[in-house]
Design a protein around this ligand. Structure first.
Ligand SMILES: CC(C)(COP(=O)(O)OP(=O)(O)OC[C@H]1O[C@@H](n2cnc3c(N)ncnc32)[C@H](O)[C@@H]1OP(=O)(O)O)[C@@H](O)C(=O)NCCC(=O)NCCS
Length: 213
């Protein structure tokens, strides 16, 4: 049965209103958010005093299954674990139910696309020696290394990008991969652990990204 027009309009107004509120929530909780960035549903943002989380312009974060192609299993999480930590997300990125966790630094470039439920972190979270591991505070410098993702990187759904990894510009990470080593620019990597599958064609003048609207 067709929905009454008024109900549709009211729903759309409520939807836009809640998107606006979520945008404010993102701006309130992050250190800086650029023009035109938005959060569809509530992004979980957590950082101790001193840590910074910055998001560039026109970056869109989806936190509800209705707003993504595949659906997601949880909202996006942007979490700094130490007062020195920073998370930097560039311009024109798209995140869907992505977990980003930093003890030192996770940096994501411009125009990156993250499929549903990707995880990116720069730490092992727990100490390696078993003695006292359960209750000892994490020895962050020994279990963390910055994770850096370049520009125009496409990460397939449910991939995991672990500590100390650098992903080159334009690379693709296949769905479900576990990335534990550096990824060359313009390559496709996949599997667990992720290995080089092939290189993308060399850049041509036509395929250079168009400026954002
Ligand atoms: C990585 C990807 C782009 C490769 O696509 P493609 O170039 O058409 O790849 P093909 O299917 O021709 O496979 C090429 C090789 O990669 C391997 N491969 C493809 N996907 C893989 C994966 N997820 N993990 C491991 N290996 C993979 C294939 O087995 C094949 O290996 P072979 O040459 O030894 O037989 C695609 O498989 C993928 O993972 N897309 C991500 C989709 C996604 O998650 N989108 C986000 C939606 S929200």
């Amino acid at each position: 049965m067709a929905r009454p027009r008024l109900a549709v309009r009211l729903r759309n107004i409520a939807w836009r209103g809640s998107t606006l509120v979520r945008g404010w929530q993102l701006r309130w909780n992050c250190t800086a958010v650029g023009e035109g960035s938005s959060s569809l549903g509530r992004t979980i943002v957590a950082a101790p005093p001193g840590a910074t989380i910055t998001i560039g312009s026109r970056t869109h974060i989806a936190n509800i299954s209705e707003g993504t192609a595949l659906g997601i299993s949880h909202p996006t999480v942007l979490r700094c674990l130490t007062p020195e930590a920073r998370i930097v997300i560039g311009d024109d990125c798209g995140l869907s139910g992505t977990s980003v966790c930093a003890a030192i630094e996770v940096r994501i470039g411009n125009r990156c696309l993250f499929g549903a439920d990707v995880m990116v972190f720069d730490t092992d979270f727990h100490n390696h020696p078993p003695e006292g591991r359960r209750y000892a505070p994490p020895d962050w410098p020994n279990i963390s290394r910055p994770t850096i993702i370049g520009d125009d990187v496409f990460v397939g759904t449910r991939a995991i990008i672990t500590k100390g990894v650098t992903i080159g510009d334009g690379a693709i990470v296949a769905a479900g991969s576990v990335v534990v080593g550096d990824v060359p620019a313009r390559s496709i990597v996949g599997g667990n652990p992720a290995r080089l599958l092939r290189m993308l064609d060399p850049v041509s003048s036509e395929t250079r990204h168009a400026p954002a609207d």
